[in-house]
Design a protein around this ligand. Structure first.
Ligand code: SF4
Length: 247
């Protein structure tokens, strides 16, 4: 199977992490292997049609029947990139969880990478599939999932293995923290990152509830202070696309 069931293709601003504000081409896959309590993206069943922005940044959409071919997607992204030379920083491969489709990614990414560099957004729990596509990636945005925020069991050792595969890339770790999150969890996650490379940037992202960051400034400062004992670059960055009402 070389065609992909996709949720949407659009051009917008990266709203999270150290590349916040950079314009990207977004390719969103359906489906995830997790069920985080705060998730706002996963749909219950595979979409029969893919939403495709009619022009970059228009926020107007047409629909194409799924699955889509690589030629179709590459043609759309090439057209958008040609219309605005120099605008797009990279192609964000997002979801859901894109690494549920490693064989397809291994076929698609070499051609997409000729258009723009590849920026993978992953929940950090599929180190094997990451290894299958790592040579086709330029940027890796990896989540570490805290039980206090997701309502799920911890994935510490899986996250460690993922980091070990990703470490040669332009890599950062993003962790969603909640009011229920603890300093002990911060110690654990920072210990794992420190064991791999203490210079990997860590982004503390307060969970968004009712359209606002739901963690107090004081708590965020404590988390940053604690993380900085082990790591060289700990930043606090909320989800910004929520404030800007962007896609
Ligand atoms: S990993 Fe991401 S896409 Fe998957 S359930 Fe959690 S928040 Fe949603």
């Amino acid at each position: 199977m070389s065609d992909a069931t996709l949720v949407e293709l659009f051009s917008s601003i990266q709203g999270e992490g150290p590349y916040v504000g950079r314009r990207q081409l977004f390719l969103r896959f359906h489906g995830c292997n997790l069920e985080c309590s705060y998730c706002d993206t996963v749909q219950p069943s595979p979409p029969t049609r893919c939403r495709v922005e009619t022009a970059p940044g228009s926020a107007l959409f047409r629909e194409l029947p799924n699955p889509l071919s690589l030629a179709t997607v590459a043609g759309i992204f090439t057209d958008w990139d040609d219309r605005f030379p120099g605008l797009h920083h990279s192609i964000s491969i997002t979801g859901g969880e894109p690494l549920l489709h490693p064989e397809l990614l291994a076929r698609w990414l070499p051609l997409l990478r000729e258009i723009r560099p590849i920026y993978l957004e992953s929940n950090g729990t599929l180190p094997g599939p990451l290894g299958a596509v790592i040579d086709h990636l330029d940027f890796v945005s990896m989540d570490i999932k805290l039980p206090s925020a997701t309502g799920l069991p911890p994935f510490w050792e899986t996250h460690r293995k993922f980091l070990e595969v990703a470490v040669g890339k332009d890599l950062f770790v993003k962790v969603v923290v909640a009011p229920e999150s603890s300093l002990e969890e911060i110690d654990l996650l920072c210990g794992i990152i420190h064991d791999v490379d203490s210079c990997i940037p860590l982004i503390l992202q307060p969970v968004t509830r009712s359209g606002r960051p739901a963690v107090s400034a004081q708590q965020l400062l404590r988390f940053q202070e604690r993380g900085s004992r082990l790591l060289a670059d700990v930043r606090v960055i909320p989800q910004t696309h929520v404030f800007l009402d962007l896609l």
